[in-house]
Design a protein around this ligand. Structure first.
Ligand code: B12
Ligand code: SF4
Ligand code: SF4
Length: 392
């Protein structure tokens, strides 16, 4: 017995999956070569797990699941009308929308499990299945595009009708034949808004993202010091970046979702105070971001990002908090970034403190950064050119 498209959609809806499309488990022609070329050109530099071996595996779903016949591509839409932070004078950072809610890995895995059970019950047989959510060695967007769940935009994201790119992707790989859906027609046309809007120039061309320059990579994946030349371009993003999505006309027209799992429960989940991020304890970090994607950046990463954002906001009222971090934060990475932010806000005023910090700094890398700052301080902040996507 073969399941019809409508029957599959009904089961998926019952499992909490409103976006679903099917493709075969055939290999993806040319994908291994494309990924290899991108890896060799340094596009994925810094993410050592994204290696050539992964590229080989990703090119053929049967490498992951030898009995695979079909792939059910699913999407979790996550656009919500904007949440207005209170007008309380607190300067806040921005967290990318995909991370406002609960950890989508868990949510999607659970729903895929449910769909698997429903399929088995409907077909009356055991189905060998695999749940792939983001971290698996498969290119989620390649699957979604071939299945016609959406089409690929020049910002490299998959754009889904009625939801834009505000959709997280996952797959259920199964050993049954399902009727594949048709791919959709790409609709970017001559538009290049995302390419022009990317503040760091990470979108080096249509469909080509150079990750080491991407704010999303820098704020989430990157563990060490952020290159000086990129810091002024990062605005107040402290976890991820949504600029190349916000400017997209198809994404701007997204319908809101009523799925509670993507909803933030407190302001710290979407617009955290930058000063609070700097002072936050490990316990606060763990309890506030438990079960949410933000945990991935770790406390040190978030605090590092907050110092850069404070440097970009450029308000001398924050010098005191930054000085506190420079002299007292337990993470050398945060101390050195706090120094940069102070020098950027007002070098002349900060120089004596920076010298004092340099003299007592015990971490060699942080000390090196302080030496460098004292010899060649960053460009003073030109408030008219500061990149602050919406002041929060
Ligand atoms: C590594 C990774 C990153 C890296 C690198 C991103 C990248 N573009 O590769 C970093 C950390 C920068 C990142 C950032 C983000 N990510 Co990410 N990331 C991934 C991950 C784990 C792998 C992606 C991958 O394989 N990259 C390899 C490169 C080579 O692939 P690519 O750029 O997509 O290349 C494709 C196109 O360029 C296309 N192509 C090449 N040439 C041409 C030519 C033409 C004409 C056409 C049509 C296409 C085309 O073919 C390639 C293969 O499909 C996936 C999850 C997964 N397992 O797939 C999530 C994933 C792509 N990320 C996701 C999200 C949400 C984000 C962010 C929006 C998060 C944020 N708000 O901060 C940003 C968006 C940045 C951007 N513009 O892409 C979602 C995307 C959902 C969607 N609707 O598309 C995914 C699918 C996670 C998920 N499971 O939902 N991410
Ligand atoms: S996520 Fe931000 S930095 Fe990365 S490509 Fe998009 S606009 Fe550029
Ligand atoms: S902004 Fe324009 S070019 Fe970029 S993905 Fe959207 S439609 Fe395509």
């Amino acid at each position: 017995m073969r399941l019809t498209r409508d029957e599959l959609r009904a089961l998926a809806r019952e499992a909490g999956l409103t976006l679903v499309a099917v493709t075969t488990a055939e290999p993806f022609p040319g994908l291994a070569e494309l990924l290899r070329a991108r890896i060799r050109a340094g596009f994925l530099q810094g993410m050592e797990w994204f290696n050539e071996q992964r590229a080989e595996v990703a090119a053929d779903p049967r490498n992951l699941h030898p009995t695979a016949r079909s792939i059910i591509s699913v999407g979790l839409p996550y656009w919500l009308p904007d949440i207005q932070p209170p007008d309380d004078g607190i300067v806040r950072g921005r967290i990318a929308r995909y991370a406002w809610g609960l950890d989508y890995h868990r949510v999607l895995r659970h729903r895929l499990q449910r769909l698997h059970q429903l399929l088995e019950a409907r077909l009356g047989r055991r189905i060998e299945a695999r749940y792939l959510v983001d971290t698996a060695r498969i290119v989620d967007r390649e699957v979604a595009v071939r299945a016609g769940l959406g089409w690929q935009g020049k910002n490299t994201l998959v754009i889904v009708p009625h939801h834009g790119s505000w959709v997280l992707l996952a797959e259920l790989v199964v050993d049954i034949d399902l009727e594949p859906d048709e791919p959709l027609r790409p609709r970017c046309g001559r538009c290049r808004r995302c390419l022009d809007a990317c503040p760091t120039g990470a979108l080096v061309g249509p469909y080509a993202l150079y990750a080491p320059r991407c704010i999303s990579y820098l704020t989430i994946e990157h563990r060490g010091p952020i290159p000086w030349e990129l810091r002024p371009l990062m605005g107040n993003w402290v976890f991820g970046c949504d600029i190349c999505q916000e400017v997209c006309p198809y994404t701007a027209a997204a319908q809101p979702t009523d799925d509670d799992v993507v909803r933030p429960e407190r302001l710290e989940h979407c617009y955290p105070s930058l000063e609070w991020l700097l002072r936050m304890t490990e316990e606060e970090f763990r309890s506030i971001y438990r079960g949410r994607p933000v945990l991935r950046a770790k406390r040190a990463g978030l605090a590092r990002n907050a110092t850069v954002a404070l440097g970009n906001v450029g308000d001398a009222r924050h010098l005191e908090t930054l000085e506190e971090a420079l002299l007292g934060h337990d993470q050398p990475l945060v101390r050195s970034h706090a120094a940069w932010a102070m020098a950027r806000i007002d070098f002349a005023l900060s120089e004596p403190v920076l010298r004092r910090a340099r003299d007592r700094e015990t971490d060699p890398l942080a000390r090196e950064e302080l030496e460098r700052l004292l010899i060649s301080p960053p460009e003073p902040l030109n408030r008219s050119s500061a990149v602050l996507p919406q002041s929060r």
